[in-house]
Design a protein around this ligand. Structure first.
Ligand code: ADP
Ligand code: GLC
Length: 472
């Protein structure tokens, strides 16, 4: 079974968040299960493309509105990622360093989708499944089934996976000319709320859509930035499949980014040694519990509440707590965090920016990982944390609800709270501080968490069953 995954991100080629981790792992595990899964993504001018060898396997042109655009398909030569990787390169459009936030982002991802379709159409390829991820690839199902140009592809099943339903990629009808010719009566399949909405269109046109956790599937019909009714009426097409984590990359006993390796049996000592290095680097104390946050500093992640929650917790617990924050995002939050670091240099430090190796060290060296998310379709951080023996403190939503059981419940191991509020975060921090003092219990929870199985095998199988159900 030949499956093409289409995505804007893929680890280690180009990553902003969890989408990259998923697309960099799922195809590998699908291949191990006997599929032929490949990833197709835009070309970015980043380290990975300079350090690896690529072969041009196709060149062509596509029409973006009135602009004829030349593109190349580059194939990574060694399959070192565990799957075939194809990059779509367009000089001046898909050959830049960053993934998002260019003023012509619409042209960028529209061209990406059109070049993909032109390539498989004109080179005579017929994948068994086209698997699209998030709104950057959301127009592909519509184009395959309803554009006159790609009729040859109209019988191929498409799956659409929603990693984040808050972002839709919507744009105005004045840009309809960017799409190839379509019958006018079909334009309703592109529309939501008076605009062209790629996420809505994908949900309407794909054969099946999935969310990255079962809870998030239900939440979308309650809160999805205006698409609630759509998710309600299309619910029969939807399914929730929990993400896995790449246990080859995220393994504390082999992780090349860790100074000290450890397993469940040696976690007490191993984690303490990593914590020591981390605390020395950030001027924090090794004897206090270290509570960390890693992620985008945006309201979706509840990051705006961190400054107030951290300050109140430091005032309440004084020298009984340490915080370390790694992330980048909204400027007011970044500024407040910087101020906090100056006010409480012995209790709190902040690294503003993106640093993959530091993230690994924090998962290994911290005692707790705080995730006060307003929205969390799945969340990978809590799963990485647990694999590295770090107790997650999470708001009960989406994938966090599906992966973390509070330690107050039977066989629980984490800390869960209900409301996105400074009060709830502070109560949870107090629970963490008390838990930390009970070293026997900490040891027990660590063992329990590190024994959990969040590997991709199970989820990769669920996707395979879904594909099979569509092909037969
Ligand atoms: P999202 O994709 O919504 O940002 P996820 O929990 O799915 O959230 O995935 C986030 C991924 O990005 C994890 O691999 C996490 O370690 C990583 N990450 C987020 N922010 C940073 C950062 N500032 N530095 C390093 N890694 C980060
Ligand atoms: C999105 C979500 C996150 C999820 C990731 C991978 O970025 O915000 O919760 O883990 O995609 O599916």
């Amino acid at each position: 079974m030949k499956v093409y995954h289409l995505s804007a991100e893929c680890y280690p080629v180009a990553k902003v968040g969890g989408l990259a981790d998923v697309v960099g792992a799922l195809p590998k595990y699908q291949n191990q299960a006997g599929l032929q899964a490949a990833v197709i993504m835009p070309f970015y001018n980043r380290r990975f493309v300079h350090e690896n060898l690529f072969e041009m396997v196709f060149q062509g042109t596509t029409l973006l509105g009135t602009r004829r655009i030349y593109f190349e398909i580059l194939k990574e030569q060694t399959n070192k990622l565990g799957f075939e990787l194809y990059l779509i390169k367009i000089p001046g459009l898909l050959d830049r360093e960053n993934i998002y936030s260019y003023p012509d982002e619409l042209d960028q991802f529209m061209a990406f989708q059109l070049c993909f379709l032109d390539w498989i159409n004109w080179s005579g390829q017929t994948p068994d499944i086209v698997h699209c991820h998030d709104h950057h690839t959301g127009l592909v199902p519509f184009l395959m089934y309803h554009s006159n140009l790609y009729k040859r592809l109209a019988h191929i099943p498409t799956i659409f996976t929603i990693h984040n339903g808050q972002y839709h990629g919507a744009f105005g009808w004045d840009r309809l000319g960017l799409l190839p010719e379509i019958d006018f009566y079909k334009t309703g399949l592109l529309d939501w709320n008076g605009g062209i909405n790629p996420l809505a269109s994908a949900v309407k046109c794909c054969w099946r859509y999935t969310t990255v956790s079962p809870s998030y599937l239900h939440e979308l019909s309650i809160s999805s930035n205006g698409l609630e009714y759509l998710f309600y009426i299309e619910r029969q097409k939807g399914g929730g499949i929990l993400n896995g984590i790449d246990t080859d990359v995220w393994d504390p006993s082999t992780d090349p980014m860790l100074p000290v390796h450890f397993k469940s049996a040696t976690a007490g000592k191993g984690k303490q040694q990593n914590k020591q290095l981390l605390c020395e680097r950030f001027g924090l104390s090794t004897t206090r519990p270290l509570i960390a946050f890693i992620g985008r500093l945006v309201t979706e992640k509840g990051a705006d509440l961190l400054p107030a929650a951290v300050e109140r917790s430091i005032k309440e617990h004084g020298d009984k707590v340490n915080f370390l924050i790694l992330g980048a995002g909204d400027s007011p939050t970044e500024m407040s965090l910087n101020l906090l670091k100056q006010l409480y240099p012995y209790n709190c430090n902040v690294f503003l920016g993106y640093d993959e190796a530091l993230a690994h060290l924090i998962y290994a060296g911290a005692d707790f990982l705080l995730m006060p998310s307003r929205v969390e379709p799945c969340g990978l951080n809590q799963m990485y944390a647990m694999r590295y023996g770090t107790v997650p403190i999470v708001r009960s939503t989406g994938g966090l609800r599906d992966t973390v059981i509070d330690f107050g419940e039977e066989n629980g191991y984490g800390i869960r709270f209900e409301q996105v509020s400074v009060d709830d975060i502070c109560v949870s921090v107090t629970r963490a501080v008390l838990l930390y003092q009970d070293s026997k219990n900490m040891q027990l929870l660590r063992k329990r968490m590190m024994g959990l199985d969040f590997s991709w095998e199970r989820s990769a199988d669920e996707y395979i069953h879904l594909y099979q159900s569509l092909i037969s």
